[in-house]
Ligand binder design. Sequence first.
Ligand SMILES: C[S@@+](CC[C@H](N)C(=O)[O-])C[C@H]1O[C@@H](n2cnc3c(N)ncnc32)[C@H](O)[C@@H]1O
Length: 446
Amino acid sequence: MNKVRKNVREAALELLETVEKNQSYSNLMLNSYIEKYGFAGPDAGLLTEIAYGTLQRKQTLDFFLAPFLRKKIETWVRILLRLSLYQMVYLDKIPDRAIIFEAVEIAKKRGHQGISGMVNGVLRAMQRKGLPSFKEIEDPIERLSVATSHPRWLVERWLEEYGYKTTKEMCEANLAPPVQTARVNVNKASVEEVVDRLGREGFKIEPSPVIPEAVRSLKGNLARSVCFKEGLITIQDESSMAVAYALDIQKGQHILDCCAAPGGKTTHIAEKLGGTGKVTALDLHPHKIKLIRENAERLGLSQIEAVVMDSREAGQHFEKESFDRILVDAPCSGLGVVRRKPDIKYVKNIKDMKTLQHVQLSILEEMAGLLKPDGIMVFSTCTVDRAENEGTIETFLKQHPGFEPYPLHVPEAMENYVDGYRTQIFPQDFGGDGFFIASVRKKEME
Ligand SMILES: C[S@@+](CC[C@H](N)C(=O)[O-])C[C@H]1O[C@@H](n2cnc3c(N)ncnc32)[C@H](O)[C@@H]1O
């Protein structure tokens, strides 16, 4: 099928308008735009850079623009100004005159002469007069919020929960693009073999300093590698890889992964079982269960059974106390992954977090009955929020005297981040996603 040719910046404008209007997730939208307009290579890279960068720095760009805008402007014009300014300030490969020329052409096509003149005038004035300084913002909380483009309520919440230094480092780390990492399927190849093979495929690879079975890609998208197609690797963040360690897996065990799609952790668990035991993977949605099955097949992991099920009803389908280990990788606010999904920081709110905590507790509650005595249950989220993380697991422990904290197992390089039975990983710690992991044990006699 012939794809409609589209200019990269016009596509970026369209994508950002859709994200803003529908509050839809930028990472999903990006893939569909790349597909829709048939972008590849440098064009796909530039679209990603402009769309993510503009979204990531939205508040900062609006602060820069404010003194140059005299009246209210339409949303698409604001987005066009933001994405042009993003390129002028943060990308050094494209000359300003080319950026302004393109912005004016898009404005002409989309609007009338007046709008294109205004876009031209604003961008040229910014070029001439320079940008306002963050030093003009007296309130330190507001300054951090604007300079790092994190909503004020979130900065205030993190300041209260983690203090100024950690919050500032986290907000800054959230602006840096993540390094792509992959987990080696050690049942099929060693890390050295995979590093060597990916190197020969043209990728720039180094072994992970944090996770023994992981590699980092300094150049190239590993999802396009032959190693990926042959099931030698899985694209996964390093923090996420720590979760399977927490389960303290022994060969032959039956493990339940009750919020499993797309199966990043399910497949890691199965790899750790090394062809023994069984993993039962649940998720709410049939299309997501399909992803788990596809991943299991690609990796050659036959001991995974994926089932569509609401894990809050799992007690009706499985025998009581029938699993050796249970993973609750719960639905969460996702504030640990804003580097990958910048829209999260603008759309989530405290109400969402309370609702999610309620869901998390209902899932943990249902799972409690399915775990064998002496079994271990791990609760994890990809968020950074004390109430949602520590709050949920502490509430669970209070409500379930038959459970106790179990010392958290992590790879050696992560031991410094552990606090007894739990860890809150920040994006600035070793470059992984913000993640929370806690492990609890069911006492022998409940
Ligand atoms: C954080 S994601 C899981 C990521 C996955 N563990 C991985 O590593 O690839 C949470 C998942 O939980 C699923 N989910 C949410 N509520 C659920 C429920 N009540 N029962 C089963 N799955 C649920 C969502 O569909 C989503 O796929």
